[in-house]
Ligand binder design. Structure first.
Ligand SMILES: [Zn+2]
Ligand SMILES: [Zn+2]
Length: 173
């Protein structure tokens, strides 16, 4: 890359970049890669999840899973696990200390008065059924996820609600 390209604000096509330079990311890959980066702030030792709420290719809010503000995080204390049984009989384990990444992204938007109606969300893993219900009600149109998590638990709700669920991969740094 030429020096003035690196200075920013450059709109060159990239044709003058040396061979072997990184390929330009598409929007979906870009936002999912941001979600992966955000997941590195997560503090629950059971899972590191990141979420980014986007409208018109603009980031509105972000979140990662962790304890509520000011409370001890799982990496300082310990995860406290509770078990729940899904109606299909499968047992799920969750950490009672933490707020999930997508709910934290919604909470950040609410705190700062940012409307997220008709936005999309990028999450490094597909949502649990509890978060999915909230995503439906805040008006999220499309959920982009990277890693599938118990999709069989949310299939019916996705179908009935009409919310779109799309798998997208991003750079895991
Ligand atoms: Zn935890
Ligand atoms: Zn959840």
């Amino acid at each position: 890359m030429q020096e003035d390209c690196a200075a920013g604000g450059c709109s060159c096509s990239g044709s003058d970049q040396p061979s072997g330079s990184l390929k330009r990311l598409g929007w979906q890959e870009y936002f999912m890669s941001v979600a992966h980066l955000i997941s590195r702030r997560a503090t629950c030792t059971r899972a590191h999840i990141g979420a980014v709420i986007v409208r018109d290719n603009n980031i509105l809010s972000t979140g990662y899973n962790g304890a509520p503000s000011g409370l001890p995080h799982c990496d300082e204390t310990n995860c406290r696990i509770y078990r729940s049984t899904h109606p299909d009989g499968t047992v799920e384990e969750n950490c009672v200390n933490t707020i999930h990444a997508e709910i934290n992204a919604i909470a950040q938007a609410a705190k700062h008065g940012v409307s997220i109606k008709d936005a999309d969300i990028y999450i490094t893993a597909s949502p649990c059924i509890h978060c999915l219900k909230v995503l439906i009600n805040v008006g999220i149109k499309t959920i982009y996820y990277d890693k599938p998590y118990k999709l069989e638990h949310i299939d019916e709700l996705v179908r009935l609600s009409g919310i779109r669920l799309v798998q997208v991969h991003g750079d895991e740094q």
